[in-house]
Design a binder for this molecule. Sequence first.
Ligand SMILES: Nc1ncnc2c1ncn2[C@@H]1O[C@H](COP(=O)(O)OP(=O)(O)OP(=O)(O)O)[C@@H](O)[C@H]1O
Ligand SMILES: [Mg+2]
Length: 285
Amino acid sequence: MIEVTNLSYSYPLQRQSTIHEISFSINKGEIFGFLGPSGAGKSTTQKILIGLLKGYQGSVKVLDEEVRQLNEDYYERIGVAFEFPHFYSKFTAYENLTHFRRLYSGPTVDPLELLETVGLSAARDTKLSAFSKGMKMRLNFCRALLNQPDVLFLDEPTSGLDPVNAKMMKQQILALKEAGKTIVLTTHNMALAESICDRVAFMVEGKISLIDSPKQLKIDQGKKTVQIEYQLANGNLGLKTFSLTGLKTNEEFLNLLEKDQLVTIHTQEATLEDIFIDVTGRSLV
Ligand SMILES: Nc1ncnc2c1ncn2[C@@H]1O[C@H](COP(=O)(O)OP(=O)(O)OP(=O)(O)O)[C@@H](O)[C@H]1O
Ligand SMILES: [Mg+2]
Protein backbone atom coordinates (compact mmCIF):
# COMPACT_ATOMS: atom_id res chain seq x y z
CA MET A 1 0.00 0.00 0.00
CA ILE A 2 2.89 2.33 0.89
CA GLU A 3 6.48 1.89 -0.26
CA VAL A 4 9.14 4.38 0.79
CA THR A 5 12.73 4.03 -0.39
CA ASN A 6 15.70 6.18 0.63
CA LEU A 7 13.54 9.16 1.53
CA SER A 8 15.36 12.35 2.53
CA TYR A 9 13.89 15.78 3.05
CA SER A 10 15.16 19.28 3.90
CA TYR A 11 12.79 22.15 4.60
CA PRO A 12 13.43 25.13 2.31
CA LEU A 13 16.23 27.39 3.63
CA GLN A 14 17.32 24.76 6.17
CA ARG A 15 20.93 23.68 5.84
CA GLN A 16 20.48 20.30 7.47
CA SER A 17 18.04 17.67 6.30
CA THR A 18 15.14 16.75 8.58
CA ILE A 19 14.63 13.23 7.19
CA HIS A 20 17.68 11.09 6.36
CA GLU A 21 17.42 8.18 3.94
CA ILE A 22 14.52 6.32 5.51
CA SER A 23 12.92 3.25 3.94
CA PHE A 24 9.83 1.32 5.00
CA SER A 25 6.75 -0.31 3.56
CA ILE A 26 3.24 -0.53 4.95
CA ASN A 27 0.87 -3.34 4.01
CA LYS A 28 -2.81 -3.07 3.23
CA GLY A 29 -4.93 -3.39 6.36
CA GLU A 30 -2.04 -2.62 8.68
CA ILE A 31 -1.90 -0.12 11.54
CA PHE A 32 1.61 1.31 11.35
CA GLY A 33 2.87 3.71 14.02
CA PHE A 34 5.73 6.21 13.99
CA LEU A 35 7.11 6.64 17.50
CA GLY A 36 9.68 9.14 18.55
CA PRO A 37 10.42 12.21 20.64
CA SER A 38 9.36 15.71 19.71
CA GLY A 39 11.17 16.93 16.60
CA ALA A 40 12.05 13.41 15.37
CA GLY A 41 10.39 14.02 12.00
CA LYS A 42 7.16 12.07 12.44
CA SER A 43 4.84 14.81 11.19
CA THR A 44 7.28 15.72 8.42
CA THR A 45 7.21 12.11 7.20
CA GLN A 46 3.41 12.14 7.27
CA LYS A 47 3.28 15.43 5.38
CA ILE A 48 5.49 13.90 2.69
CA LEU A 49 3.27 10.82 2.51
CA ILE A 50 0.17 12.95 2.03
CA GLY A 51 1.76 15.02 -0.71
CA LEU A 52 2.13 18.31 1.18
CA LEU A 53 5.93 18.42 0.95
CA LYS A 54 6.89 17.44 -2.56
CA GLY A 55 10.54 18.43 -2.74
CA TYR A 56 11.81 15.17 -1.30
CA GLN A 57 14.59 12.88 -2.49
CA GLY A 58 14.06 9.16 -2.94
CA SER A 59 10.82 7.40 -3.72
CA VAL A 60 7.47 7.58 -1.90
CA LYS A 61 4.73 5.44 -3.38
CA VAL A 62 1.21 5.39 -1.98
CA LEU A 63 -1.49 3.33 -3.73
CA ASP A 64 1.17 2.41 -6.32
CA GLU A 65 1.87 6.00 -7.39
CA GLU A 66 4.79 8.31 -6.76
CA VAL A 67 3.44 10.99 -4.43
CA ARG A 68 5.30 13.96 -5.97
CA GLN A 69 3.49 13.25 -9.23
CA LEU A 70 0.00 13.00 -7.76
CA ASN A 71 -2.61 15.72 -8.27
CA GLU A 72 -5.61 16.83 -6.21
CA ASP A 73 -7.44 13.56 -6.94
CA TYR A 74 -5.15 11.97 -4.37
CA TYR A 75 -7.18 13.67 -1.63
CA GLU A 76 -10.31 11.84 -2.77
CA ARG A 77 -8.59 8.60 -1.85
CA ILE A 78 -6.89 9.30 1.46
CA GLY A 79 -8.02 10.63 4.84
CA VAL A 80 -5.88 12.97 6.90
CA ALA A 81 -6.15 14.14 10.51
CA PHE A 82 -3.53 16.80 11.13
CA GLU A 83 -1.74 17.35 14.40
CA PHE A 84 -3.11 20.92 14.70
CA PRO A 85 -6.55 20.96 13.09
CA HIS A 86 -8.09 24.12 11.69
CA PHE A 87 -11.83 24.57 11.49
CA TYR A 88 -14.19 27.47 10.87
CA SER A 89 -14.76 28.78 14.37
CA LYS A 90 -18.05 30.54 13.56
CA PHE A 91 -19.55 27.41 12.04
CA THR A 92 -21.05 24.58 14.09
CA ALA A 93 -19.57 21.07 14.09
CA TYR A 94 -22.21 19.93 11.63
CA GLU A 95 -21.69 22.95 9.34
CA ASN A 96 -17.93 22.40 9.34
CA LEU A 97 -18.26 18.75 8.32
CA THR A 98 -20.89 19.60 5.71
CA HIS A 99 -18.56 22.21 4.24
CA PHE A 100 -15.63 19.78 3.99
CA ARG A 101 -17.93 17.06 2.68
CA ARG A 102 -18.82 19.25 -0.32
CA LEU A 103 -15.18 19.39 -1.39
CA TYR A 104 -15.27 15.71 -2.41
CA SER A 105 -16.62 14.57 -5.73
CA GLY A 106 -16.95 10.88 -4.77
CA PRO A 107 -19.27 9.20 -2.24
CA THR A 108 -19.21 10.59 1.30
CA VAL A 109 -20.56 9.66 4.73
CA ASP A 110 -23.35 11.49 6.56
CA PRO A 111 -21.63 13.82 9.08
CA LEU A 112 -24.24 12.96 11.73
CA GLU A 113 -23.19 9.31 11.60
CA LEU A 114 -19.58 10.29 12.13
CA LEU A 115 -20.38 12.68 14.98
CA GLU A 116 -22.25 9.85 16.67
CA THR A 117 -19.27 7.47 16.52
CA VAL A 118 -17.06 9.90 18.46
CA GLY A 119 -19.68 10.99 20.99
CA LEU A 120 -20.24 14.44 19.48
CA SER A 121 -23.92 14.14 18.53
CA ALA A 122 -24.99 16.50 21.30
CA ALA A 123 -22.46 19.08 20.09
CA ARG A 124 -23.57 19.05 16.45
CA ASP A 125 -24.96 22.59 16.67
CA THR A 126 -22.21 23.98 18.85
CA LYS A 127 -19.91 26.53 17.22
CA LEU A 128 -16.28 25.50 16.97
CA SER A 129 -15.26 28.56 19.00
CA ALA A 130 -16.82 26.79 21.99
CA PHE A 131 -15.10 23.45 21.33
CA SER A 132 -12.42 22.10 23.69
CA LYS A 133 -9.15 20.71 22.34
CA GLY A 134 -10.39 17.13 22.81
CA MET A 135 -13.64 17.91 20.98
CA LYS A 136 -11.68 19.42 18.07
CA MET A 137 -9.49 16.32 17.89
CA ARG A 138 -12.57 14.12 17.69
CA LEU A 139 -14.08 16.31 14.98
CA ASN A 140 -10.74 16.16 13.17
CA PHE A 141 -11.05 12.39 13.11
CA CYS A 142 -14.58 12.67 11.64
CA ARG A 143 -13.32 14.98 8.92
CA ALA A 144 -10.66 12.45 7.91
CA LEU A 145 -13.37 9.83 7.39
CA LEU A 146 -15.83 11.89 5.32
CA ASN A 147 -14.70 10.45 1.97
CA GLN A 148 -14.50 6.81 3.15
CA PRO A 149 -10.76 6.61 2.40
CA ASP A 150 -8.82 3.37 2.09
CA VAL A 151 -5.71 4.90 3.65
CA LEU A 152 -5.79 7.08 6.74
CA PHE A 153 -3.05 9.29 8.16
CA LEU A 154 -3.58 10.20 11.80
CA ASP A 155 -1.11 12.56 13.46
CA GLU A 156 -1.29 12.15 17.26
CA PRO A 157 -4.86 10.80 17.27
CA THR A 158 -5.19 10.70 21.08
CA SER A 159 -3.51 14.02 21.81
CA GLY A 160 -5.70 16.16 24.09
CA LEU A 161 -8.17 13.35 24.78
CA ASP A 162 -9.22 12.23 28.25
CA PRO A 163 -8.82 8.51 29.06
CA VAL A 164 -12.42 7.66 28.14
CA ASN A 165 -12.18 9.38 24.76
CA ALA A 166 -8.68 8.01 24.14
CA LYS A 167 -10.12 4.53 24.61
CA MET A 168 -13.00 5.34 22.28
CA MET A 169 -10.52 6.61 19.67
CA LYS A 170 -8.53 3.42 20.00
CA GLN A 171 -11.66 1.36 19.39
CA GLN A 172 -12.61 3.47 16.38
CA ILE A 173 -9.16 2.99 14.85
CA LEU A 174 -9.39 -0.77 15.41
CA ALA A 175 -12.86 -0.79 13.81
CA LEU A 176 -11.38 0.92 10.73
CA LYS A 177 -8.71 -1.75 10.54
CA GLU A 178 -11.46 -4.40 10.76
CA ALA A 179 -13.09 -2.68 7.80
CA GLY A 180 -9.88 -3.20 5.81
CA LYS A 181 -8.43 0.32 6.00
CA THR A 182 -4.70 0.98 6.16
CA ILE A 183 -3.77 3.34 8.99
CA VAL A 184 -0.58 5.31 9.46
CA LEU A 185 -0.32 7.12 12.76
CA THR A 186 2.22 9.04 14.77
CA THR A 187 2.25 9.11 18.53
CA HIS A 188 4.23 9.66 21.71
CA ASN A 189 1.74 7.40 23.41
CA MET A 190 3.48 4.05 23.90
CA ALA A 191 0.42 2.40 25.44
CA LEU A 192 -1.62 3.27 22.35
CA ALA A 193 1.11 2.06 20.01
CA GLU A 194 1.52 -1.14 21.95
CA SER A 195 -2.15 -1.97 21.98
CA ILE A 196 -3.16 -1.17 18.40
CA CYS A 197 -0.15 -1.04 16.07
CA ASP A 198 0.72 -4.09 13.99
CA ARG A 199 4.18 -2.61 13.54
CA VAL A 200 5.99 0.43 14.85
CA ALA A 201 8.94 2.42 13.53
CA PHE A 202 11.25 4.02 16.11
CA MET A 203 12.25 7.42 14.80
CA VAL A 204 14.94 9.71 16.20
CA GLU A 205 16.52 12.72 14.50
CA GLY A 206 15.04 11.95 11.10
CA LYS A 207 16.17 8.32 11.02
CA ILE A 208 14.37 5.05 11.63
CA SER A 209 16.37 2.83 13.94
CA LEU A 210 14.02 -0.14 14.06
CA ILE A 211 10.74 -1.45 12.62
CA ASP A 212 8.95 -4.40 14.23
CA SER A 213 5.72 -5.53 15.87
CA PRO A 214 5.34 -4.44 19.51
CA LYS A 215 4.72 -8.06 20.44
CA GLN A 216 7.92 -9.31 18.82
CA LEU A 217 9.90 -6.48 20.40
CA LYS A 218 8.63 -7.42 23.83
CA ILE A 219 9.46 -11.08 23.28
CA ASP A 220 12.95 -10.25 22.03
CA GLN A 221 13.74 -7.67 24.69
CA GLY A 222 11.69 -8.89 27.66
CA LYS A 223 13.51 -10.03 30.80
CA LYS A 224 11.75 -13.42 31.00
CA THR A 225 11.49 -13.33 34.77
CA VAL A 226 8.63 -13.38 37.22
CA GLN A 227 8.52 -11.23 40.35
CA ILE A 228 6.64 -12.46 43.37
CA GLU A 229 5.48 -10.71 46.52
CA TYR A 230 4.72 -13.08 49.37
CA GLN A 231 3.56 -12.92 52.95
CA LEU A 232 6.19 -13.26 55.66
CA ALA A 233 5.47 -14.62 59.15
CA ASN A 234 6.12 -11.16 60.68
CA GLY A 235 3.35 -9.63 58.54
CA ASN A 236 5.71 -7.92 56.09
CA LEU A 237 5.95 -8.68 52.38
CA GLY A 238 8.89 -10.51 50.82
CA LEU A 239 9.96 -9.96 47.21
CA LYS A 240 11.67 -12.52 44.96
CA THR A 241 12.45 -12.73 41.27
CA PHE A 242 12.63 -16.08 39.44
CA SER A 243 13.67 -16.95 35.92
CA LEU A 244 10.75 -18.13 33.76
CA THR A 245 13.00 -20.91 32.48
CA GLY A 246 12.61 -23.98 34.68
CA LEU A 247 9.93 -22.34 36.81
CA LYS A 248 7.81 -25.47 37.01
CA THR A 249 10.64 -27.32 38.78
CA ASN A 250 12.01 -24.41 40.82
CA GLU A 251 11.69 -25.64 44.40
CA GLU A 252 11.77 -22.27 46.09
CA PHE A 253 8.99 -21.01 43.81
CA LEU A 254 6.93 -24.17 44.25
CA ASN A 255 7.37 -23.94 47.99
CA LEU A 256 5.90 -20.43 48.02
CA LEU A 257 2.98 -21.63 45.90
CA GLU A 258 2.38 -24.58 48.20
CA LYS A 259 2.30 -22.47 51.35
CA ASP A 260 -0.29 -20.24 49.75
CA GLN A 261 1.71 -17.16 50.66
CA LEU A 262 1.61 -15.35 47.33
CA VAL A 263 0.26 -11.81 47.31
CA THR A 264 1.15 -10.70 43.76
CA ILE A 265 2.83 -12.31 40.76
CA HIS A 266 4.08 -10.38 37.72
CA THR A 267 6.09 -11.29 34.65
CA GLN A 268 8.78 -8.69 34.02
CA GLU A 269 8.14 -7.65 30.44
CA ALA A 270 9.93 -4.65 29.07
CA THR A 271 7.53 -1.87 28.12
CA LEU A 272 7.71 -0.42 24.64
CA GLU A 273 9.10 2.71 26.26
CA ASP A 274 11.96 0.73 27.89
CA ILE A 275 12.72 -0.84 24.53
CA PHE A 276 12.66 2.53 22.78
CA ILE A 277 15.20 3.90 25.25
CA ASP A 278 17.38 0.78 24.92
CA VAL A 279 17.37 0.85 21.13
CA THR A 280 17.67 4.58 20.49
CA GLY A 281 19.42 5.79 23.62
CA ARG A 282 16.76 8.49 23.78
CA SER A 283 13.68 8.95 25.89
CA LEU A 284 10.38 9.73 24.27
CA VAL A 285 9.98 13.25 25.58
N1 LIG B 1 7.88 24.20 8.30
C1 LIG B 1 9.06 23.91 8.83
N2 LIG B 1 10.18 24.59 8.46
C2 LIG B 1 11.40 24.29 8.97
N3 LIG B 1 11.62 23.30 9.85
C3 LIG B 1 10.56 22.59 10.26
C4 LIG B 1 9.23 22.86 9.78
N4 LIG B 1 8.38 21.97 10.36
C5 LIG B 1 9.14 21.21 11.17
N5 LIG B 1 10.44 21.56 11.11
C6 LIG B 1 11.56 20.93 11.84
O1 LIG B 1 11.67 19.58 11.44
C7 LIG B 1 11.99 18.75 12.56
C8 LIG B 1 10.97 17.64 12.66
O2 LIG B 1 9.69 18.19 12.98
P1 LIG B 1 8.36 17.33 13.01
O3 LIG B 1 7.21 18.28 13.18
O4 LIG B 1 8.33 16.42 11.84
O5 LIG B 1 8.61 16.48 14.34
P2 LIG B 1 7.63 15.46 15.11
O6 LIG B 1 8.38 14.19 15.24
O7 LIG B 1 6.30 15.43 14.46
O8 LIG B 1 7.54 16.16 16.55
P3 LIG B 1 6.29 16.28 17.59
O9 LIG B 1 6.30 15.00 18.34
O10 LIG B 1 6.69 17.45 18.44
O11 LIG B 1 5.04 16.51 16.81
C9 LIG B 1 12.03 19.68 13.77
O12 LIG B 1 13.39 19.98 14.01
C10 LIG B 1 11.28 20.90 13.33
O13 LIG B 1 11.81 22.06 13.95
MG1 LIG C 1 4.42 15.98 15.07
